[in-house]
Ligand binder design. Structure first.
Ligand code: MLT
Ligand code: ZN
Length: 479
């Protein structure tokens, strides 16, 4: 049974302060980071512990009240933004932000869903360990959101996505029952691995409240360099060259088109191109060692690998950061791409993967095809070449009047279909790391195989029969 005003139900069941209905406090959380989706909610529910989450879900299930789980609200696909009809409440996990334990011997941190990624990085570093996943939004993205979207970032090449970091989960199912799966068991064959079902589920089947996360040794030293390459194919050849020369020391390998670098330079004061000679493509590489005695040797190995790469025509120019400050400055360029692109004006953004070997040609062919099909548009890409995952942006023709908003309103869907058809034809995925959210539901419905959709709908229906969890996200409704 649904009721007109559900807030008293939650107020009666929860301690004071858990139901926030001040419109000024709600407003910042009803739009997505990119500013593409604008929702409405009568309240933010802000539990402090798992029992309170359970109480909220029991009430919501009993009364058919939709909930939108939310962490840092940094979703790239509108995944944490409430629907515009105002019928859903936001379930904020931000107040559940305790790091419950860090066990350096076990290489494990247990932390609650609302812990911000950067806070986790700093806490485990103080304990002599490292959490091996990072991304540009690390100052706002929370552990719960990162797990719920199976986030990627710039270290997936070496350490895998969020799925690879999660050893155990505590979560609440929509009927209020608490899944206590924080024990980090190396072996556990009690049937379906429920944590894997929750990872990447985008809050559509339950609420993640805490996680046991894998830690690795801290970096004793890193060598960071910036290289210019003549083509995307040369960039991939450089990656393979470096892997041969440096092995697992290669942690990050990011590619950026020259135009994307220029966007960052024009938007972020104090940035400059790390290499002097012109190049159509740039790569940023980080090689690391956990052995403090290996710092000089690592740098020497990188220098030798770069000299060899130049000789073998696998790069055109390179510069090694001479200090930690310079290394940070190189990474600042990469990590400022999203915010710089956003400041530059509206564009259509895609987060796509194809088989790694096919990516160099895809980046060129897809951009050319797109620009040919939509005259005046420009297509650029950057990202995680070694993972076969790039961010592909299509910018509208120059239109100073409305920065291309009109063109996007008219052409955006056609551009999406065009790009996603190219991805599908290449055997790829329309979401490599950002998730489906609300942005890609229609395209998932159009392009996913019937068997994929059957599986998604069966899981959603089994765990969330009342359809209260994050409505309108991820799972396309049955026709
Ligand atoms: C990145 O790699 O920078 C992030 O995934 C965000 C983006 O798509 O720009
Ligand atoms: Zn990315």
């Amino acid at each position: 049974m649904t009721i007109a005003n559900p807030l008293p139900l939650f107020r009666d069941a929860l301690p004071a302060g858990r139901v926030i209905d001040d419109p000024d406090l709600i407003a910042p959380w009803t739009s997505d980071w990119r500013g593409k989706y604008h929702g409405a909610a009568a309240a933010i529910l802000s539990p402090r512990n798992v029992e309170e989450v359970s109480a909220i879900l029991r009430i919501a299930a009993a009364h058919g009240i939709a909930l939108v789980p939310q962490g840092g609200n940094s979703s790239m696909v509108g995944g944490a933004t409430p629907p515009a009809d105002g019928k859903a409440l936001i379930l904020s996990l931000r107040a559940m932000n305790a790091i419950r334990s860090i066990d350096a011997d076990a290489n494990l941190a247990v932390c609650e869903a609302g812990v911000i990624l950067q806070t986790l990085h700093e806490a485990v570093e103080a304990a002599g360990r490292r959490f091996p996943l990072t991304l540009g939004a690390k100052g706002v993205a929370t552990v719960g959101g990162l797990i719920s979207t199976n986030a990627g970032g710039t270290q997936v090449l070496r350490h895998g996505p969020m799925r690879a970091q999660v050893e155990g989960l505590e979560a609440v199912w929509p009927n209020g029952s608490i899944l206590n799966g924080l024990a980090a068991l190396k072996k556990d064959n009690r049937g379906y691995d429920l944590k894997q079902v929750l990872i990447g589920a985008e809050g559509t089947i339950g609420v993640i409240t805490a996680a046991s996360l894998r830690l690795v040794p801290t970096i004793a030293s890193r060598t960071v360099f910036w290289a210019g390459v003549a083509s995307t194919a040369q960039a991939l050849a450089l990656l393979r060259h470096l892997e041969e020369a440096l092995g697992e020391a290669v942690e990050g390998f990011e590619i950026l088109s020259d135009e994307i670098v220029d966007v960052v330079l024009s938007e972020v004061p104090g940035t400059r191109k790390p290499i002097a000679s012109p190049a159509p493509w740039h790569v940023l590489v980080e090689a690391v060692t956990a052995d403090p005695g290996d710092a000089d040797a690592l740098r020497a190995r990188v220098e030798a690998a770069l000299a060899d790469a130049l000789e073998k025509d696998r790069l055109t120019d390179a510069t090694i950061a001479s200090s930690e400050g310079q290394a940070d400055a190189f990474w600042r360029i990469r990590e400022s791409v999203s915010s710089s692109e956003k400041a530059k004006g509206p564009a259509m953004q895609y987060d796509i993967s194809v088989p790694v070997g096919a990516m160099p040609a895809f980046m060129i062919d897809a951009a050319r095809a797109c620009e040919g099909h939509f005259p005046g548009s420009t297509a650029q890409s950057y990202g995680h070449l070694g993972d076969g995952n790039i961010h592909f942006h299509v910018r509208p023709p120059r239109d100073p009047a409305d920065r291309g908003a009109h063109w996007i309103a008219e052409q955006g869907e056609a551009v999406s279909r065009f790009v996603n058809d190219l991805v599908a034809a290449a055997g790829g995925s329309i979401s490599a790391e950002h998730g489906i959210g609300q942005m890609k539901v229609a395209e998932l419905a159009r392009l996913a195989s019937p068997a994929h959709l059957v599986g998604l709908r069966a899981i959603k229906g089994a765990f969330d029969p009342g359809g209260i969890m994050n409505p309108g996200k991820l799972v396309p409704p049955a026709p």
